[in-house]
Unconditional design. Structure first.
Lengths: 100, 213
């Protein structure tokens, strides 16, 4: 889990926007916030902007029986000082990005 | 004799641990400026007569989690709970010191405040995974409850299987719309209060006794 978080955060800190097709588990989100906080520096990295979109498909019968919710969520993560608004309409994501 | 004394002490310690009710540690979480410290102060003042920490309109006034242990809250039916209240810094995914400069702070002070705030949020997230038995999630009912950080935090709390009471705060303000919060989180009890004025906090105490007991 730590490797995944580190990979995402390193990418975002380089100024990239990361799109995760399967989203992040709550435990991973919690770790991501914690590690993001430890990386913030004055006039450097200011944190992240993150948006998660629910999956289209509903959980199957077996998933509901086992109490599993669908893990398929789209998550977009970017640097907070650059990524302004992210919108998703059907299959189209738009983001306002300001260049440094 | 000494052996007997030690044995008796050990047995008494064991019985105490076995029979005494576990004290729940309740964390007050929520975005910055939702009124977490105002509520924490009210709870502590109403039930112990003390206060927990200072409040301010500048976000991130609370930068270190503060706790008050052994608060006994009694409900109307006579039932009671003993809890430790943990007031946490407002959870966010970004902190920029320039935001504090806009409130009239000097740069050095703003940078220090930002650094402390980041440490506090990291610590609060860590505690949520390790150290908390129940959560009061505070929201400002004049704002949109569907902010990403709220959805994410409630998801994290749910994944830890922690009991959560959602508090729709600031109902004394004209723009307050606690109904929006109720429809955003139908799976959890939502109590509307004004932490500042003390409106409806009795209902919150009742719910805490019922839910965290």
């Amino acid at each position: 889990m730590m490797e995944k978080i580190r990979l995402i955060l390193d990418d975002v800190m380089e100024g990239n926007i990361v799109v995760l097709e399967k989203g992040l588990a709550p435990e991973e989100q919690s770790k991501l916030i914690e590690i993001t906080m430890r990386e913030i520096t004055p006039d450097g990295f200011a944190g992240i902007e993150m948006e998660t979109y629910p999956a289209k498909e509903k959980p199957g019968f077996l998933d509901r029986l086992l109490g599993k919710s669908s893990p398929t969520r789209l998550t977009v993560i970017g640097p907070a000082d650059q990524l302004k608004t992210i919108k998703k309409e059907k299959d189209f994501i738009t983001a306002w990005v300001s260049s440094r | 004799m000494d052996f007997l004394f030690r044995a008796r002490k050990k047995i008494s310690k064991f019985l105490k641990a076995f029979f005494s009710k576990r004290q729940s540690r309740i964390g007050i979480y929520g975005p910055p400026n939702a009124g977490k410290t105002t509520l924490a102060n009210r709870i502590v003042r109403d039930w112990t007569g003390d206060a927990l920490g200072p409040v301010s309109e500048i976000p991130h006034e609370t930068r270190r989690a503060r706790r008050k242990e052994g608060i006994v809250i009694t409900g109307n039916n006579g039932g009671s709970i003993t809890i430790d209240i943990v007031d946490t810094p407002g959870v966010t995914t970004k902190i920029d010191y320039k935001e504090f400069i806009e409130y009239g702070m000097e740069k050095d002070e703003a940078v220090k405040r930002a650094r402390e705030a980041t440490e506090g949020v990291a610590e609060a997230m860590h505690w949520l995974r390790e150290d908390i038995n129940g959560v009061i999630y505070m929201l400002d009912s004049t704002l949109d409850p569907f902010m990403q950080v709220n959805i994410m935090m409630v998801g994290i709390i749910e994944s830890r299987k922690l009991p959560v009471i959602i508090v729709a705060n600031k109902i004394d303000l004209p723009d307050a719309a606690p109904q929006r919060i109720k429809s955003a989180f139908p799976q959890h009890p939502v109590i509307s209060i004004s932490g500042l004025e003390g409106d409806n906090v009795e209902e919150l105490y009742e719910k805490m006794v019922e839910y965290f007991g």
